[in-house]
Ligand binder design. Structure first.
Ligand SMILES: Nc1ncnc2c1ncn2[C@@H]1O[C@H](COP(=O)(O)OP(=O)(O)O)[C@@H](O)[C@H]1O
Ligand SMILES: [Mg+2]
Length: 463
């Protein structure tokens, strides 16, 4: 049922989630790497410049102490040392002459004479690039006494190399990090969307005709598991309803067959028999009775579809409820008599209320019909109407098998029929109609145990 192909549609979502997850993680990584790179570059730059400034202030100190010539000589003596250490040192005179120029190998071929004249103002930094545009010399300019300028610099190559290595390392680390993000994202998305995938598979199964398909439930407590659970409950309900419907249709067909067969038989007998007017009249009366039964059955079905769509219209009129109950009981007295049952009409209080008399007749008739139908021959059925609170209470008791506590909620469901009622006629519609009518009147109905040993159905109606 849960084949690979059936889980394909949800995979689209899995991949989308995965890509989002990887993109978000990738962005975080990029931001983090960028920040780390920037901070490292700044720190290296600061330390490089500090080295240059330290060297410059070394010379500045001696330049400010002694005479200029001695100072220049001192620098010149350092030429070999500075060249080896990679330092660029230049002193510029007030007329633009350069009494000292020490150029390390790294800065050779930069066309320095041209590019450094006129010299930059004191206390500024300059960066000179080589022909390929890469920074080759970074230098600071400082003022010396007498209008002279001291320029000290160094190649940033070492720093740039470190930064280049760092960039390469970041790029190399990015690939496995992204793969890891993709894998993690996929795992996360696939796991959390599993209930949805099962849901899709189940719906497809049902679509393909497997009405018993259910979503496998995991251990989780999340919203998706809740959805799966609710979905299963809904399927259960629908399956019950569909099953009930099929059963009801079966029952209707069955129930209609009997009166219709009798109808045909009566007609055929009348057609073949002697043409005495009395016999024909009798046959016609039988036909009327049978068709009346069919019409009643169909009306019940129509009533229910009306009630189930919530458009149960009430034709209210002031009605004596006591008389109504006694009336219906009288109609059923002969049914009870036929089954050898006693039908007791207990305290019936005369109460007048604005109700729909036709509908209430159906209520009493359905309750009595059930009581007489499910109570075995020789049993007792009792009927009572009495005031209760600001309304009236109608109790129908019987000495039959009763309704178990587990069944009490369900007997009012449409199309529900108890196991013990299989052999009896009926469609499981009676009590649901009773409930619909009573609730339309603003009342309620309940099933309980009866003191007679069977079931008691109580209807409360506001007056
Ligand atoms: N008086 C009763 N005693 C025992 N069971 C009852 C009684 N009334 C109703 N039931 C149970 O409730 C079910 C639903 O009743 P109802 O809606 O009238 O349908 P139906 O009478 O067509 O079976 C019955 O099938 C039966 O199992
Ligand atoms: Mg019934």
């Amino acid at each position: 049922m849960f084949s690979r192909s059936s889980s394909r549609p949800a995979l689209g979502t899995v991949w989308r989630l995965t890509l989002w997850y990887a993109a978000a993680l990738g962005l975080c990584l990029a931001l983090f790497s960028g920040l780390a790179y920037y901070l490292l570059a700044q720190a290296l730059l600061a330390s490089d410049r500090q080295v240059i400034l330290d060297k410059a202030s070394e010379y500045l100190l001696s330049g400010q102490r002694g005479r200029l010539e001695a100072f220049l000589t001192e620098i010149r003596l350092q030429r070999a040392v500075e060249e080896r250490a990679g330092f660029f040192v230049r002193v510029v005179g007030p007329n633009g002459d350069t009494p000292v120029l020490i150029v390390p190998q790294e800065a050779a071929g930069l066309d320095l004479e041209r590019r450094l004249s006129p010299p930059a103002p004191p206390d500024t930094w300059q960066v000179l690039s080589d022909r390929r545009g890469r920074p080759a010399l970074e230098l600071a300019t400082q003022a010396l006494p007498g209008g002279y300028l001291l320029q000290v610099g160094r190649s940033p190559a070492a720093r740039l190399k470190v930064l280049r290595h760092f960039r390469t390392a970041l790029l190399i680390a990015a690939l496995p990090a992204l793969l890891l993000a993709l894998a993690g994202g996929w795992l996360l998305a696939a796991r959390s969307l599993a209930p949805l995938r099962h849901l899709v598979a189940t719906v497809r199964g049902i679509d393909a005709g497997d009405l018993s398909a259910r979503v496998p439930l995991g251990q989780g407590e999340g919203e998706l598991e809740e959805l799966a659970r609710r979905f299963n409950l809904m399927l259960e309900k629908i399956a019950r309803l569909v099953g009930g419907m099929a059963q009801a249709l079966d029952n209707v067909a069955h129930d209609l067959r009997t009166p219709l067969a009798r109808l045909r038989m009566t007609v055929e007998t009348a057609l073949q028999g002697p043409e005495s007017p009395t016999a024909l009249k009798e046959a016609l009366a039988d036909c009327a009775e049978e068709s009346e039964r069919v019409v009643r059955m169909l009306n019940q079905l129509l009533d229910l579809s009306e009630a189930s769509t919530g458009i149960l219209r009430l034709d209210r009129a002031p009605t004596d409820l006591g008389a109504l109950v006694a009336d219906v009981a009288e109609l059923y007295a002969y049914v009870a008599e036929e089954k050898g049952q006693t039908l007791e009409l207990g305290g019936v209080t005369p109460v007048t209320a604005a109700v729909d008399p036709g509908r209430l007749r159906q209520v009493v008739a359905n309750l009595l019909d059930n009581a007489l139908k499910y109570t075995p021959a020789g049993g007792r059925v009792a009927l009572a109407l009495e005031p209760a609170g600001d309304g009236v209470r109608l109790c129908v008791d019987d000495s039959g098998p009763g309704i178990t506590p587990e069944e009490r909620g369900r007997v009012f469901e449409r199309l529900y029929r108890g196991d013990k009622s299989r052999g009896q006629r009926g469609m499981g519609l009676g009590l649901s109609l009773v409930k619909a009518v009573v609730e339309a009147h603003g009342g309620r109905v309940e099933a309980q145990d009866s003191p007679l040993g069977g079931a008691r159905l109580t209807v409360w109606l506001p007056v």
